[in-house]
Each structure stands twice: as C-alpha cells, then as structure tokens.
Write a protein of this length. Structure first.
Length: 125
C-alpha cells in the first residue's frame, strides 16, 4: 500500500464473441475493458499492465489491439492462449488487469459479459 492508501489490485473480466473476426474481438474487448475501468473508477494512468487470454478458437486478432484503440498505448499488454479444457466456454476473451486503486480487493467489481457470465455466476452484474 502506498502512503496515500492506494494499493495494487487485480481486476478480472471476460467476454465472448459470436464469431472469430477482428471486428468482434476488438468490439467486445473494448466493451469489457471500458466496463472494468468504469465500474472500478480506474484511471488509465493507474493501470500497471493487462494480460489477455483467448480460447484456441480465436485467431483473427489480438485483444490488445482494442486496448491500444482505447488509448492504452503506454500500458504493457500481453496476449496468450487459454488452455483448451473440454467443455469450456467457447470464443472467450479473458482479462486480468493490474492497477493502483484506493479500493480493497473486496470492493473491486469484476466484469463478466455475454456468454462469459456463466464463468462467475456468484458475482453480481
């Protein structure tokens, strides 16, 4: 924790796309990132880094492109492939954002949109 009460937090999010197209990947990734920032009052300058994973059925674009389009050009971004577990959610983009925030981890609001809502039914929308 910093002297002013801010701490490093991890925020999770996920979404799905209907089809493996660059447009869908960029649109839905931008949507989940915007929701994470808004719901948690995170300023882009407070983001430390973002890790994206995609299911093996998504190969048309990098989710990081959407982050760059939102102006996160100075934020370290990493894209990786999710492990292919049988029966898992298809066409899924997952996000792990590290940022500084005055909120505690109990106050952080993780964001699961579209078909990814089934990943965390225990969380409020």
């Amino acid at each position: 924790m910093t002297e002013d009460g801010w701490r490093l937090v991890a925020v999770r999010g996920a979404t799905t796309v209907e089809a493996d197209t660059p447009e869908q990947i960029q649109e839905r990734t931008g949507e989940v990132l915007t929701a994470i920032l808004e719901r948690n009052s995170i300023n882009p300058s407070d983001i430390v880094s973002i890790i994206f994973t995609v299911t093996p059925d998504l190969v048309s674009d990098f989710p990081a492109v959407a982050a760059r389009n939102l102006g996160l050009s100075r934020t370290p971004l990493l894209c990786s492939q999710e492990i292919p577990v049988a029966g898992s959610v298809e066409r899924c983009i997952r996000v792990l954002m590290y940022a500084y925030s005055p909120q505690t981890k109990e106050e952080i609001r993780h964001v699961y949109l579209h078909g990814a809502r089934q990943l965390r039914t225990d969380l409020p929308e």
